[in-house]
Design a protein around this ligand. Structure first.
Ligand SMILES: [Zn+2]
Length: 338
């Protein structure tokens, strides 16, 4: 944001339907979600749906059409829509946002839905006043916020209560749907990067990860710190595409508020080259040997990146259908204590 300037970010936020920014928000704390008034869950859902909709913002609506008694249509909802950024940019954002769900140090790993790609971002504010989960699949975008109307700390078990709401509702919403993935545009490529130098990785690099680039922005220099052969990673497609269509089963039991016991399997440390990582998580690469600790332990640096202050009195969660952008309040959370 320092490079792009906060004004540029504000311009894009406004194009994505955010209307509550103030003059005080024009500064670098914006990058951490430090806002004067905050953003409502409904507007946040509209903004995240822009990413899910390949860069196209569609104004949320609470109805699609009204019919007469005889079944003819009296009124269609009119929704403003506009292309905010390219589908290639949207895809790169989607890939980054799968990391909290799929990454070893992910903050939202319990939001996985078997058979469906999930992108999600957790958020928190100082003193645990607010908890957020903003996320989407190829089918739906949903945003949950958990907190009090006034600034008061919330108490909870180990897992983000907004995230638990999100996971329990979204896994049920997807039950019975066909499996689906985020489709990678042909002009976006994965490149294996050396985490230490930020250049293209060689066989000698210890800490590697795949990052996605627009074709003309791919790094050209190869790592000169670690000796090895260059990796031909121009067309890396790290996610094996499953061509068979499966039906999403959803969950049968509620997702626990606590983390399960620490993983006993120590072998999860071997596939650093097959996971996508955001820049933010490069810093964590050196901690990857520490697999016997609780998976939620090393999460603070990503968890804080999207925290938002809010004084919003609406404690509903808003779900937005990605195809026609129906918003509906699916659950109230105000009196929920656990
Ligand atoms: Zn290297």
């Amino acid at each position: 944001m320092e490079d792009l300037k906060p004004k540029t970010s504000i311009k894009y936020l406004e194009k994505m339907g955010i209307t509550t920014l103030t003059e005080k928000d024009n500064g670098l704390p914006l990058s951490l979600g430090g806002l004067e008034k905050g953003i409502s869950p409904l507007q946040m859902a509209g903004a995240y749906a822009t990413i899910a909709n390949d860069g196209k913002y569609i104004e949320p609506t609470f109805y699609t059409r009204i019919e007469r008694k005889n079944g003819t249509t009296l009124l269609y909802a009119k929704q403003k829509s506009r292309q905010v950024f390219s589908k290639e940019t949207a895809y790169i954002l989607k890939e980054m946002l799968t990391e909290p769900v799929q990454g070893q140090n992910g903050t939202a790993t319990y939001c996985k839905i078997a058979g469906v790609d999930v992108a999600a971002k957790t958020g928190t504010t100082d003193e645990n006043y607010d908890r957020w989960l903003c996320g989407f699949t190829p089918y739906y975008t949903a945003v949950t916020w958990y907190g009090f109307d006034i600034s008061e700390s919330i108490n909870f078990n180990q897992r983000n209560p907004a995230g638990l709401l999100w996971a329990n509702v979204m896994s049920r919403v997807h039950t019975g749907l066909n499996s689906a993935t985020f489709e990678r545009p042909t002009s976006v490529a994965g490149v294996t990067i050396c985490a230490e130098t930020g250049k293209r990785a060689t066989t000698g690099c210890q800490h590697k990860y795949v990052e996605y680039f627009l074709l003309f922005t791919k790094p050209t220099e190869t790592c000169d710190k670690h000796k090895g052969q260059s990796l031909d990673s121009n067309t890396v497609d790290i996610k094996p595409k499953n061509n068979t269509t499966e039906i999403v089963k959803g969950i049968t039991d509620d997702i626990d508020a606590k983390e399960p016991n620490p993983i006993k399997d120590k072998n999860t440390n071997t596939n650093t080259t097959t996971s996508t990582q955001t820049n933010k998580q490069k810093e964590n690469t050196s901690n990857k040997t520490n697999t016997n600790t609780n998976t939620s332990a090393n999460t603070t640096n990503t968890q804080n990146t999207n925290s938002n202050k809010t004084n919003n009195s609406n404690s509903n969660s808003n779900a937005t259908n990605n195809t026609n952008n129906i918003s509906s309040n699916i659950t109230g959370t105000e009196d929920t204590t656990e």
